[in-house]
Design a protein around this ligand. Structure first.
Ligand code: ZN
Length: 213
């Protein structure tokens, strides 16, 4: 079995924004799956409103798998982000914080870190999309990965290749770290391809209402 390596770009403190009370969606929370919190829209019409004071971090993620990154990091990555379906969302704050240098959005291409046979896999009872929680030593499965130098990861990190890694390391952005992750040609959890399209398949409530009408 061939073993290759990719790299995970993550925020060094391990403290993201990944809590529901840290932000809200506008126009409403009807834009996300009530069970798995996956966004139910592929558009940038969703506005993200931060409810807490800023974290001075280059990279973080919100509970709906929305990325928040400092513009310096965004500028560095934008050419790859664009190629991986990064959808930018308007961002504002209701606690008066300056968000002018923060960029917010979600990735249409995003894979899971996978692990051993005890990993948790199920389908969301609301939207039917797969939910995966790795248990054991993590890797990415080659069959899940599109041929892109950068894609999202389900935990709010970014999966990058060697070319992106070089650019990020040269920039020396504080509080940003990179770790290696193995790329396996066969998954070790007894599952097949999970793929990399992790936006919710359930349309927003507004579309459902229109269909019923
Ligand atoms: Zn769901």
């Amino acid at each position: 079995m061939a073993i290759r390596t990719r790299f995970v770009l993550f925020e060094a403190s391990g403290y993201g924004w990944d809590r529901a009370e840290d932000a809200r969606l506008w126009p409403s929370s009807a834009q996300m799956c009530p069970y798995c919190n996956r966004l139910r829209s592929r558009t940038s019409l969703i506005r993200i409103v931060l409810r807490r004071q800023p974290l001075d971090r280059p990279l973080g993620s919100l509970v709906w798998r929305v990325y928040v990154m400092h513009e310096r990091l965004y500028d560095l990555l934008v050419r790859w982000l664009d190629g991986s379906g990064f959808v930018r969302c308007p961002l504002s704050s209701e606690v008066g914080q300056d968000v002018s240098r923060l960029v917010c959005g979600f990735m249409l291409l995003r894979a899971n870190l996978r692990a051993g046979p005890r990993s948790v896999f199920k389908y969301c009872p609301q939207c039917g999309d797969p939910i995966y929680r790795p248990v054991g030593r993590e890797y990415v499965f080659a069959g899940d990965l599109p041929d892109k130098p950068l894609i999202g990861l389900s935990a709010g990190e970014l999966l990058i290749d060697q070319s992106v890694r070089k650019v990020v390391e040269r920039a020396k952005i504080p509080k940003l770290r990179i770790r290696e992750v193995r790329v396996l040609d066969e998954p070790r959890d007894g599952r097949g391809v999970l793929g990399s399209d992790w936006t919710c398949s359930l349309p927003p409530d507004s579309e459902l209402r229109n269909r019923k009408a």
